[in-house]
Design a protein around this ligand. Structure first.
Ligand code: FAD
Length: 605
């Protein structure tokens, strides 16, 4: 039967054969987990996602959320399935046990989330977003704050949010105007308006804990003057029961392009002068603390896009196998020849392989990142922990933006495979394309990720982190060069990695020169050539793994799978990577037209 959401064999390949997550399971922290339990857990998640969450995806899209007098109702059908997710504790699988989670390694959390996000991101997000809030409280909260909030959030009994954005403070969070004044009892009175707040109000949970960025009276302008406050929807009594309603209300929800079942709320704080917040961490450390949640959310956003892409690709490839249209190109002149499935047409095959190459590359990249994240905490030596943590941090903007942009392009391409049917609501590809677009916008737009990459990450530790990253690619290249079948591919990836190093050095220097604006006009293409090179690396690594497996005994099904890996690497490295080399040349050439053109020169006046 055709697979849905995730290619199961491919996920297993990445986890157990390519990235070798079994290594992680040897660590004491994960002694409760072995390959068998992991497989069982993934199978259960798959079954729940396909049987329960996925059937509500289109319904959530057409029904949306209902705003009424400060309340938000999610689609009625969500309640039963939300309870199933909560009962099964699927929302906190890789949350540490001391926080009320199940302590699974990050890769296992990702493996199950691949299914849940592709099946119904809005529903799963209602259940899991509180983890981000809980992590911040666990790290920076007082013992009482931890006791009051953490387990309620990770169990999804209560929901969590993040309140950064205001109408005049989007990408530039530092310009926010929500104000906080200290009360005599040590709490703070908050007043202001936030917009676009995911899950700001809904009827699936008993309470919602809002982490709110605000400026304490007298604090300096910009991000350094911002503090973070916990603003519960309902106050919590000393015995843990819910008390009075706090003065934070939802004043409306957005009508959106996609993710209709996700409540995107405008929030008014202190309209009655009674909004109380509790400082989390220290005054003026708000941005630093919030970044704990933002970084996690950036990873989740990349994963969200990848799961849409994976789901849309599987729908497209299955449709291409079934849709009969046109004769085989070899029989073009023969009108009596039977029509064939569209997967036989060269252009359709190219398009499918294009999608597959990115989905595969992104999946490998994401699991590679989960391993880095785990090793940054559990690595054997301090040096190893630091190396993995640095690489993880440097590559986070690539996960966030590259996977978002490519994920969206894949969903759009999936519509194309369906032809006219793809443009209708008869198939989920149309919804996936709409739902996916948000991933390039929230948690920092493409432009902001590019700024982060060129302005901060490239120069981390005098550029040594970037050099280490290139070194990781070269390790795979060196191994692949030993295999005759993929030597040529390895040389091409090596050339691309070397060129990327040259371009990075050149652009990094330019970003610190008088021509910095011209340099930053290339920052997003730069982030994307890093992403392309990572795809080529991951696909070469896959091909290397496949060649190794093919040298042993394998079943007919595995033979097709492994050979498919080699062809996918050949395709990407042979057809996409040359374009990347061209893009790298363009970045090095450094055309400054985007800076030099006058504002009027853009026309339209
Ligand atoms: C569905 C949805 C859910 C959301 N959920 C949340 C949430 O839960 N919590 C929350 O706080 N916010 C949330 N947001 C807000 C989201 O994070 C912002 O929309 C986003 O950060 C961009 O801000 P903006 O919309 O004001 O756009 P702007 O900041 O006005 O940006 C407009 C354009 O200018 C570009 N730009 C702006 N500044 C720069 C710069 N310095 N360099 C280069 N390019 C730049 C941007 O890349 C973008 O293309 C959500 C938004 C949506 C639509």
């Amino acid at each position: 039967m055709a697979q849905q959401l995730v290619d199961r064999r491919d996920q297993e390949f990445v986890i157990w054969e390519q990235i070798n997550c079994a290594d992680i399971l040897n660590h004491e922290t994960y002694k409760e987990f072995n390959k068998k339990t992991c497989t069982l857990i993934i199978n259960e998640a798959r079954s729940l996602a396909i049987k329960e969450l996925l059937p509500l995806l289109a319904e959530g899209d057409s029904e949306g959320v209902l705003y009424e007098n400060g309340t938000v109702k999610v689609p009625q059908s969500f309640h039963r399935v939300f309870a199933l997710v909560k009962e099964g504790e699927w929302n906190n699988l890789s949350v540490p046990t001391e926080m009320g989670g199940q302590g699974a390694p990050a890769f296992l959390g990702a493996a199950t989330a691949e299914y849940f996000l592709g099946a119904n991101w809005p529903l799963f997000c209602y259940a899991s977003m509180g983890n981000g809030t809980a992590h911040m409280i666990q790290k920076y909260g007082t013992p009482q704050q931890k006791e009051t909030y953490v387990k309620k959030l990770t169990s999804a009994e209560w929901g969590g949010t993040m309140l950064l954005t205001e109408s005049e403070a989007g990408s530039d969070v530092g310009s926010l105007t929500t104000a906080a004044t200290k009360n005599l009892n040590g709490s703070y009175a908050l007043s202001g308006n936030k917009i676009f707040i995911t899950n700001g109000e809904h009827d699936l949970v008993g309470n919602i804990i809002h982490p709110v960025l605000a400026r304490i009276e007298g604090a300096p302008p910009g991000t350094r003057g911002i503090s973070l406050f916990l603003v519960p929807k309902y106050f919590v009594n000393a015995d843990g029961s819910l008390g009075e309603r706090n003065d934070i209300i939802c004043s409306g929800v957005e009508e959106k392009h996609g993710i209709h079942a996700s409540a995107t709320c405008s929030m008014t704080l202190g309209s009655k002068g009674k909004c109380i917040g509790y400082l989390l961490g220290r005054e003026r450390e708000g941005m630093k603390i919030m970044f704990n949640m933002i970084n996690g959310a950036r990873m989740s956003t990349g994963l969200q896009a990848m799961t849409y892409a994976s789901s849309a690709y599987l729908l497209a490839v299955n449709y291409a196998r079934e849709r009969i249209q046109g004769r085989d190109l070899a029989d073009f002149a023969d009108h009596s020849a039977p029509p064939v499935a569209i997967i036989k047409h060269p252009d359709v095959r190219r398009s499918l392989l294009w999608m597959k190459s990115y989905v595969d590359g992104m999946r490998s990249f994401f699991y590679y990142m989960t391993v880095l994240a785990t090793k940054s905490n559990e690595g054997e030596t301090a040096e190893d922990r630091e190396r993995c943590g640095d690489l993880f941090s440097m590559l986070t903007p690539v996960v966030k933006d590259y996977m978002a942009v490519k994920g969206h392009e894949i969903c759009v391409q999936a519509i194309q495979i369906f032809g006219g049917a793809g443009y209708t609501k008869d198939y989920l590809v149309e919804q996936y394309a709409r739902d996916c677009k948000i991933t390039t916008i929230y948690e920092g737009t493409s432009g902001i990720q590019a700024l982060d990459m060129l302005g901060r990450k490239l120069g981390m530790k005098e550029g040594t982190v970037f050099v280490n990253f290139l070194g990781e690619i070269h390790k795979t290249v060196a191994r692949a060069k030993q295999m005759e079948q993929i030597q040529d591919l390895a040389v091409r990836v090596e050339t691309a990695a070397n060129r990327l190093g040259e371009v990075a050095l050149h652009l990094g220097k330019k970003a610190m020169s008088a021509e910095f604006k011209a340099a930053f006009s290339h920052s997003l293409p730069f982030l994307h050539v890093i992403g392309d090179t990572i795809m080529a690396w991951m696909l070469l690594w896959r091909a290397l793994t496949a060649v190794t497996q093919l040298s042993g005994k394998c079943s007919k099904k595995d033979l097709a799978f492994y050979e498919g890996q080699i062809k996918t690497a050949e395709f990407f490295i042979g057809t996409e990577l040359p374009a990347t080399m061209g893009k790298m040349n363009a970045i090095a050439d450094g055309c400054a037209a985007a800076i030099q053109i006058s504002d009027e020169g853009f026309g339209g006046l």
